[in-house]
Design a protein around this ligand. Structure first.
Ligand code: FMN
Length: 205
């Protein structure tokens, strides 16, 4: 699909056909696109748990303030951030020429060591970019998505078995849309959200 159309058509959907299933092959194709997303130092902080089983979706719905789309969607994907992804640098850069790797890997490790806030920021940043790829790729495959932040992180972590090194960043319901969409909510104008050079500069004309 043409990108401009894809962007215009992507909406946050909250009503899904509860009878529709998403296959492993479709998930594989979706995630093969998602993993092409950018991440800081290519650390790929993202992990995903696809909750597709009806009983598990019902439990996840409870952990998500009862939001019905979590259960009615074909699957709800828990988008997870790995906090210590920097410790994977040696493995990730194993095939890099030693003259690059031997400087880069310790530099990455030191950049993040003992900086829990930075580790968390990076996980959320990189994972959020993957989440956006997921929503556009899903749309391109004929699926609708709905991102959700309305959930109890501890309850979601317990449900899917996350340890303290992994945080649930976002839920994304994915499925076939039913019913009409509400009109797109208003956006702040570009003239208000974009400034040239400094925050007190003019907007683009
Ligand atoms: C980080 C994030 C969290 C969101 N959480 C929820 C949520 O918990 N429940 C919900 O119904 N919509 C949620 N939304 C959807 C927004 O309400 C929606 O993106 C916004 O109103 C703009 O609508 P559009 O995506 O259709 O353009 C969330 C969106 C984002 C990006």
């Amino acid at each position: 699909m043409e990108f401009e159309k894809l962007v215009a058509e992507r909406r946050s959907v909250s009503r899904f056909d509860p009878g529709h299933s998403i296959s492993d092959a479709e998930l594989k194709s979706l995630f093969e696109q998602v993993v092409l997303s950018p991440s800081s130092f290519n650390l790929q902080h993202w992990r995903f748990v696809v909750v597709r089983d009806a009983e598990n979706k019902a439990k996840l719905r409870k952990a998500a303030l009862g939001q019905a789309q979590v259960e009615q969607a074909s699957a709800t994907i828990v988008v997870i951030g790995k906090l210590d992804a920097h410790t994977d640098a040696a493995t990730l850069y194993a095939d890099t020429p030693p003259e690059v790797r031997d400087n880069l890997v310790p530099m990455i490790e030191q950049f993040y060591a003992d900086k829990p806030q930075l580790q968390r920021d990076e996980a959320v940043r990189s994972v959020s970019l993957a989440a956006m790829t997921l929503m556009y790729a899903a749309r391109d495959m004929g699926y609708a998505t709905g991102p959700l932040i309305g959930f109890d992180p501890q309850a979601v972590s317990d449900l899917i078995g996350l340890d303290g090194n992994h945080i649930p960043v976002l839920l994304i319901a994915i499925g076939k849309q039913v019913g009409d969409l509400r009109p797109r909510s208003a956006r702040l104008p570009v003239s208000e959200v974009v400034r040239l050079e400094t925050m007190s500069g003019p907007g683009p004309t």
